[in-house]
Design a protein around this ligand. Structure first.
Ligand SMILES: Cc1cc2nc3c(=O)[nH]c(=O)nc-3n(C[C@H](O)[C@H](O)[C@H](O)COP(=O)(O)OP(=O)(O)OC[C@H]3O[C@@H](n4cnc5c(N)ncnc54)[C@H](O)[C@@H]3O)c2cc1C
Length: 500
């Protein structure tokens, strides 16, 4: 047992993970969380009989035998009952053109379907399918993330590169560009639009290839009971390890003496002291507010100056007396009547149907959710300047989304029992994420190249974790682990893990 103490800011997935590993390594640990419950952006809430899940869409590495599954085991979530295997990658539905494209998990089947749809694009389709096949079976979800950059030597990097040598060509050149660049020359623009939205049009091609390979390997699933249960299981693991957490407690300052972090000051004025502080909350707030902008360093400043944040979402969820049997869980709808928001037109929405488990709604009912990217400034201005207009705007969009859903599911509107809306301001209020950014930095090709270090220039005993240093569920839970690896390295102690 160590007599040293770690304070963690934030009980999102990264903070809870850091807490578990901190306790596994014997440090007295306390998490301070701004919200009244854990999870951060991995959030669920009740509306009457319905459970609204506003977070994680799919889980990677959900079958035994992967490196990631071992991490789940350490965090107490490696329970097959948590995961419902994904059966299809999703569907694209063009309401106006009455066209639909379903994306099967099997890559040969997908390639055949796409070539039938657009024979002229066969070379690109085959190129994509060959790349996915090359990635298949390679256990890539947490590749290269077992150690933080600060503890990764040149030799470690070379060893990693050697293991991946056969995949290199699929991670550079045209595959390092964005999906929209890769598909720019395609003949069939509808097919190009579908491929661009397999994830986001701005993300690099290799990332989409990796997702399709993980899905084809049967390593992608939905959370059977939503992200609330998943989060609560990690919180339980943390508490079983005797970790302590205080909710509804916002950290206002990180206490620093002689360029060394030694504790935190809370919004109510209380101070708590520790040997190490881990910030698993918003990076902008951490650097500019909690540390008064003193330790930003050139690299991070450059990142703030040049890298986009992830674009915030508008999310409308409907509890409805409808079961959506045999419908895809993930659907991208190209709208007949685009939504107008400020001076921006939304032509497509992502529709998520919670028909894969009975946990979200009573029998014969279900939840359908529509989500699209929107502008922080628009919603923030509206909310600050005219709360009535803000409320009216949410209602207007709910009605217009329903008009579009009615085209696909005639008769659905009167069967809607509850409608729930979350704007970027909602996410900001509950998580403090800068400008409602739901996933840290934007998932662009450029941002993927920019590594964010886990420590700040000139400041010791403070480490960063969370979606501002690494992305997605695998990335953030590993970032919590990495923060404790850094603590152990500083203490010159071996790093220990334990499974449940
Ligand atoms: C809609 C949506 C869908 C997603 N889908 C997927 C998916 O399908 N697959 C996947 O792998 N990933 C997905 N992600 C990404 C993944 O969910 C996130 O990367 C991850 O949950 C982020 O966790 P985090 O702990 O880093 O940050 P957060 O969840 O933002 O947690 C940070 C926590 O810190 C707290 N905090 C901040 N500042 C302070 C302070 N000063 N004092 C006290 N507490 C503070 C906040 O309240 C918050 O609880 C999705 C994200 C979103 C938003």
């Amino acid at each position: 047992m160590s007599s040293k103490k770690v304070i963690i800011i934030g009980a999102g997935l990264a903070g809870l993970s850091a807490g578990c590993y901190s306790r596994m390594n014997g440090y007295a640990t306390r998490i301070y969380e701004h919200h009244s419950k854990p999870g951060g952006v991995a959030a669920c809430w009740r509306r009457g009989e319905y459970l609204i899940d506003g977070g994680i869409h799919f889980m990677m590495g959900s079958q035994n035998g992967t490196d990631l599954y071992n991490i789940y085991r350490q965090l107490g979530v490696a329970d097959p009952a948590n995961f419902v295997p994904m059966k299809s990658y999703g569907s694209f539905i063009d309401i106006e053109g009455s066209r639909q494209l379903d994306i099967p998990l099997n890559i040969s089947e997908l390639a055949l379907d796409l070539k039938m749809l657009s024979p002229a694009d066969a070379p690109l389709i085959e190129d994509l399918a060959t790349a996915v096949t090359a990635f298949s079976g390679k256990d890539l979800a947490i590749y290269g993330q077992m150690n933080p950059p600060e503890l990764t030597s040149g030799l470690d990097k070379l060893t990693d590169m050697w293991k991946m040598r056969k995949l290199f060509k699929y991670m550079s050149g045209k595959y390092a560009k964005s999906m929209q660049d890769y598909t720019a020359g395609m003949q069939n623009r509808w097919l190009a639009e579908c491929l661009n939205n397999l994830f986001t049009p701005q993300c690099p091609v290799w990332f989409v290839i990796m997702l399709l390979a993980i899905a084809a390997d049967g390593q992608m699933s939905y959370l059977a009971k939503g992200c609330k249960d998943f989060v609560r299981q990690i919180e339980k693991r943390y508490k079983d390890l005797n970790g302590e957490v205080t909710y509804s407690s916002t950290v206002e300052k990180i206490l620093v003496r002689d360029d060394c972090a030694f504790g935190v000051k809370l919004a109510d004025g209380t101070e708590d002291y520790a040997d190490y502080v881990i910030s698993a909350g918003d990076i902008h707030n951490t650097v500019f507010h909690l540390l008064d902008g003193k330790y930003i360093g050139k690299k991070l400043q450059n990142k703030f100056d040049t890298c986009e944040l992830s674009r915030p979402y508008f999310v409308a969820s409907f509890g409805v007396k409808w079961t959506f049997e045999n419908e895809s869980v993930f659907n991208t709808l190209i709208l007949k009547q685009p939504l107008q928001i400020g001076n921006r037109e939304i032509r497509q929405i992502f529709v998520r149907i919670f028909n894969y488990s009975n946990h979200f709604a009573p029998k014969d009912k279900s939840v359908i959710q529509a989500e699209f990217e929107t502008e922080w400034d628009y919603w923030d201005n509206l909310r600050q300047t005219d709360p009535n207009k803000y409320a009216a705007e949410k209602e207007r969009l709910v009605s217009e989304i329903l008009v579009n859903l009615e085209i696909l599911y005639p008769g659905i509107s009167p069967l809607v029992e509850i409608a729930d809306v979350a704007t970027p301001c909602t996410l900001n209020r509950y998580t403090l994420n800068h400008q409602g950014a739901p996933e840290g930095w934007g998932l662009t090709s450029q941002n993927f190249k920019e590594e964010t270090r886990r420590s700040l220039e000139g400041l010791s005993n403070l480490y960063l974790a969370g979606h501002w240093v690494s992305g997605g569920v695998p990335g953030v839970i590993l970032s919590g682990r990495q923060a404790i690896q850094l603590v152990c390295a500083k203490e010159k102690k071996p790093f220990f893990t334990r499974t449940t």
